[in-house]
Design a protein around this ligand. Structure first.
Ligand SMILES: C[S@@+](CC[C@H](N)C(=O)[O-])C[C@H]1O[C@@H](n2cnc3c(N)ncnc32)[C@H](O)[C@@H]1O
Length: 1013
């Protein structure tokens, strides 16, 4: 039995467009705003994959697109709506089919897959997560809304949560301690760290960004571009800080020029703004952590190294002496002394004498729909110390999150280097005090809610459960607030939304795959409506109002189960078998979920537990925070201490820490492969023999693919289809040093491998399968990377269908060295057959030429770039097959790196100048050619054809053949493919190739050549 998901008719392009719609501006699912989780999958693709896996291959595609996916496709084939906004309405016989099936997602995360499974009306939907944080989110977005909706309490749940959110906010605002801490009209304070200058002895603020507002009228993309260089555009808000007479001064250009719109030339890197020919400078940061230097704003001296032996500062690194950057050293000391102070061991004076301490720079008010900036005063900063006074000796208060941040995770939690080694240190004293107060209020609300419901006559169980739900939402609002309010969240002055108010929520602490040190941090007023607790309650409330009808609507019959369990064992499923396992395991070394989400865990645990005897004790969701030990319970301090070794991920630090030795990278990889294999084995046990497993995998590294394929295969699965789907918008998230992973590859697996074969037999089968599948896909209109991955799936299917491949110990290596090249060659052959040029593609053997050919055929011509551009993941995916990586391809001058993208080095026009430019970029000398690949030969032939007459061309052609006839012949094979219908007519290389072929034939025309060939 095959499924629609395995059929070439599955509308990948429409599904991808639908998923893309979710990434843009207002397209995101509303309930995602409740709280951030990494790598969430678009609902559209989750829905399409689930439904297609459950349906037979011959269904009507139109019904699938319009009634299941709910996509509105125009005559040009473009999706016009945001499909996830609508509930699916499949025909009754499809619905019946879904209702009979059981679905499991063992790596459920934030629950996109289970949510869509519920919306489709699958009989049973099981969501499993390892981490308590994600488990609570799954309950909040799936289980609670469904519980309430089923009892007709959906709206009441929203209203009650709103009511209790208001109650907590009011209590907080009327707390005299809190009142003292914030000026009621200040929305945000912008703070930083100040350092005692080792030269002049004064405290100098360290300012990472002098800008306060740089709000342009255009889109946010434009605003980003502006970072690169000078841009002239209209700004609705321009303001920055300056330094005068030892204090901060505010420059507000809108006020100064009395204009709401300012046309300005601005270069944020070089630090200037030019309006009507007048240039104003904006200071550059006086801190550069990468170079380990800072400059004192008072005396202008550089702050560099402190000797760990003598404590003396020096600008040059003293030879033979152990040193540290002064700033880092001072901050570490602050963090250490802060702990001593909270332990009651030192007094405030001693703490404040430390050479590093937090300070405030500016305050931001909201007036008439706009932001107003003022310098912060000493009285403002003193409020931080007031908060400190209230925290003195309070470290024993169980509501202060003093749990450790794992020292081994410095790979992504970069602040560890500055001594932020416990979670409470990520908040300034005022933030910390307010969060602790909030925890206590949320706890109190839980008691009141339960009492209220009991008074109303609810049963004990229902009253308790209801209180658990509302407290969970209150706790989620709290962690959302913490995410938006920490000393490691920077004030972001740039946005392109046109309104300065957007700056109030321009970023959050966990938006990257790590936590970085920041110099201009935000300190929001928790009681200010727009940015305070009430704001986060309303965001969670909006998400809840959106999700409740989705989880209920027509699918009340779905049995939903959310489980806290380990995908490696799935012990709580016992012997249950599922029809479909659709899942999205972590992508290798992408996100350290356990360690990063402890940021949430430490607060959730407090808000959802009780305190007794100065200790946290179980109250709600105790399974998330406590472990049974005999007849009692033990508090789970952190997720990382309890669960990190079980998170399916490649993490050298983790392995070193838990193995208690100097583990190598290879050992860490081995450990990861073992985890991945075990999870496949447990999924195999949970899947029916005729069931389907679907995995999303988004890593661009070929090794990651080898690992995935061999883990699946060893567990007894064979690949039956694969295609790329567009996934979460992560370009910005991954901007810090990682490849863009906005495409996941969906692999469809079937249980059942049998027989054995010799490796060369498998290779031959794989090649034939690739060619046949590619031809089938080409005929079905598939193009692009989609075509390549579909072809690759056929080779992987041939490889994984045997239980044993004789002569192969390392399947990963076999995949790398045989399966990828088989896919590339099979595709090349199919392309030649499809184009009608005989078996030419079969002979393109040169790796560079193969890459070039695949890129030309698979990628669209961009008229904006006048050529083909690709992101890193596309280069990798095509590179899989040719055995070349982006570095080798760049070295061979086949691609060129432009910013974060790669450009294929190909003719951009037919004119001489364009070809001269191409040869220059490719470092080819037309008079003394040296051929590195057939692509060189092709481009030289194109140049000769564009600049010489037939006679001259033929002379050069013979000369080139005398250099390397094999590569020249290969170039002609490429020319035949490029002059065919797979290359669009706008591509100038198509006509250049036609000319080359006609000149080579000597007949001067293409027809002549074809006739003579
Ligand atoms: C890529 S995310 C899933 C995202 C999810 N599909 C969504 O749309 O939100 C992978 C998830 O696997 C979880 N995970 C990692 N190791 C696990 C294990 N051993 N058992 C269960 N879940 C695990 C992580 O906590 C993470 O939430």
């Amino acid at each position: 039995m095959s499924s629609f998901l395995e059929s070439p008719k599955f509308p990948v392009d429409i599904v991808n467009q639908a998923a893309e719609k979710e990434k843009k501006g207002g397209g995101r699912p509303e309930h995602w705003e409740m709280v951030f989780w990494w790598t969430r999958k678009p609902l559209a693709s989750a829905r399409a994959v689930l439904a297609a896996a459950a349906l037979p291959p011959d269904i009507d595609v139109h019904t699938f697109v319009t009634q299941v996916l709910k996509a509105k496709v125009n005559l040009k084939g473009k999706v016009e709506n945001v499909p996830h906004r609508e509930n699916p309405s499949p025909p009754p016989e499809w619905r019946e089919r879904f209702a009979k099936m059981k679905v499991l997602d063992p790596f459920a995360g934030f629950g996109s897959i289970p949510l869509e499974a519920m919306r489709l009306g699958f009989g049973e939907v099981v969501a499993v997560e390892l981490l308590p944080t994600a488990y609570i989110f799954l309950k909040a977005v799936l289980e609670y809304p469904k519980w309430a909706a089923e009892r007709g309490l959906g709206e009441q749940l929203v209203r009650d949560f709103e009511k209790w959110g208001k109650w907590v906010t009011e209590q907080l605002a009327s707390d005299p301690d809190i009142k003292e801490l914030y000026d009621p009209d200040v929305a945000v304070y912008i703070g930083t760290w100040e350092i005692k200058c080792p030269h002049c002895g004064k405290y100098t603020p360290l300012i990472g960004n002098w800008w306060l507002a740089r709000v342009s009228k255009g889109s946010s993309e434009e605003a980003e571009e502006e970072e690169e260089g000078t841009k002239k555009k209209i700004f609705s808000r321009l303001a920055w800080m300056d330094w005068e007479n030892g204090t901060i001064k505010i420059v507000d250009l809108n006020k100064e020029l009395k204009r709401s719109q300012i046309e300005a030339k601005l270069n944020s890197k070089q630090g200037y703004v030019e309006v009507n020919g007048t240039k104003r400078t904006v200071r550059k940061p006086n801190i550069d952590a990468r170079r380990e230097t800072a400059t004192c704003l008072h005396c202008g001296n550089q702050i560099r190294y402190i000797s760990l032996k003598t404590g003396k500062h020096s600008i040059e690194k003293p030879k033979g002496e152990e040193t540290e950057w002064y700033v880092k050293h001072a901050l570490k000391q602050w963090n250490q002394l802060l702990e001593e102070y909270l332990n009651g061991k030192i007094d405030l004076e001693k703490l404040l004498q430390n050479p590093a301490r937090p300070t405030l720079l500016a305050k931001v008010k909201v007036r008439k729909g706009d932001l107003e900036f003022e310098p912060a005063t000493n009285q403002d900063t003193e409020k931080l110390w007031k908060a400190l006074e209230k925290l003195k000796g309070k470290l024993s208060d169980p509501d202060i999150p003093s749990e450790p941040i794992p020292s081994y995770e410095s790979r992504s939690i970069w602040i560890l280097a500055y001594g932020f080694d416990k979670w409470f240190k990520l908040f300034n004293p005022r933030q910390l005090l307010t969060l602790v107060k909030l925890v206590k209020l949320v706890r109190e609300a839980g008691k009141k809610i339960e009492e209220e419901k009991l008074k109303e006559g609810w049963s004990n169980d229902d009253a308790y459960e209801y209180a658990e739900m509302i407290v969970s939402y209150l706790a989620i609002s709290l962690i959302k607030q913490a995410d938006y309010n920490s000393v490691v969240l920077a004030w972001n002055p740039a946005t392109g939304y046109g309104s300065a108010l957007a700056l109030l929520h321009a970023g959050h602490t966990l938006s990257f795959r790590g936590i970085a040190m920041t110099w201009n941090f935000v300190d929001y007023n928790f009681t200010f409506e727009r940015v305070g607790y009430t704001k986060f309650v309303s965001l969670v409330c909006e998400g809840l109002s959106h999700i409740t009808p989705l989880t209920a609507s027509s699918n009340i019959s779905t049995k939903l189960i959310v489980i806290l369990d380990d995908a490696l064992v799935l012990s709580s499923l016992r012997d249950e078998k599922y029809d479909l396992i659709i899942t999205d395991p972590p992508y290798r070394d992408d996100v350290p979920y356990t360690e990063l989400s402890d940021f949430y865990y430490v607060w959730l645990k407090r808000a959802l537990s009780d305190v007794s005897d100065k200790k946290l004790v179980a109250r709600f969701l105790s399974e998330a925070f406590f472990k049974p030990v005999g007849a009692t319970y033990r508090e789970v301090r952190t997720q990382w201490e309890e669960l990190a070794p079980r998170e399916v991920g490649l993490n050298v630090g983790r392995v070193k820490y838990f193995k208690g030795k100097e583990a190598t990278e290879d050992e860490a990889r081995g450990y990861f492969i073992n985890l991945l294999s075990r999870s496949f084995l447990s999924m195999r046990r949970a899947l029916k023999d005729d069931g389907i497993l679907v995995t999303y995998y988004a890593h661009t590294d070929p090794e990651a693919w080898e690992e995935l394929i061999s883990a699946g295969w060893r567990a007894g699965f064979r690949v039956s289809a694969a295609f790329p789907v567009s996934t979460e918008s992560v370009q910005r998230v991954t901007a810090r040093g990682k490849a863009a992973l906005d495409t996941s590859i969906v692999v469809v697996w079937r249980p059942g491998v049998k027989g054995e074969a010799l490796w060369d037999e498998v290779y031959r089968d794989a090649l034939v399968a690739a060619e046949e599948r590619a031809l089938e896909l080409l005929r079905a209109g598939r193009a692009g990377v989609d075509l390549f991955v579909g072809t690759l799936a056929a080779t992987l299917s041939a490889v994984t269908s045997r239980e044993k491949i004789v002569g192969v110990d390392d399947v990963g290596r076999f995949v790398r060295e045989r399966a990828y090249p088989a896919a590339a060659r099979g595709l090349a052959r199919a392309v030649s057959r499809f184009v009608g040029g005989g078996e030419a593609g079969e002979e393109v053997r040169d790796a560079g030429a193969l890459f070039y050919m695949l890129a030309k055929v698979l990628l669209p011509w961009s008229s904006r770039a006048r050529g083909r551009v690709m992101d890193r993941s596309t280069v990798h995916i095509i590179g899989f097959g040719t055995g070349l990586d982006d570095k080798e391809l760049t070295g061979m001058k086949i691609v060129e790196k432009v910013g974060s993208e790669f450009r294929l080095l190909e003719p951009r026009g037919e004119e001489r100048s364009e070809l001269v430019e191409l040869l220059r970029a490719r470092e080819l000398d037309s008079s003394r050619p040296v051929l590195r690949s057939a692509v060189d030969a092709l481009h030289l032939l194109e140049y000769y054809a564009a600049t010489l007459d037939v006679k001259g061309f033929r002379e050069q052609y013979e000369k080139l053949r005398s250099v390397n006839a094999v590569l020249v012949d290969e170039a002609l094979r490429l020319a035949r493919v490029f002059s065919g219908r797979l290359v669009p007519s706008v591509d100038p290389e198509r006509r250049l190739c036609e000319r080359v072929l006609s000149y080579v034939s000597g007949a001067g025309t293409l027809e002549g050549w074809l006739g003579g060939a």
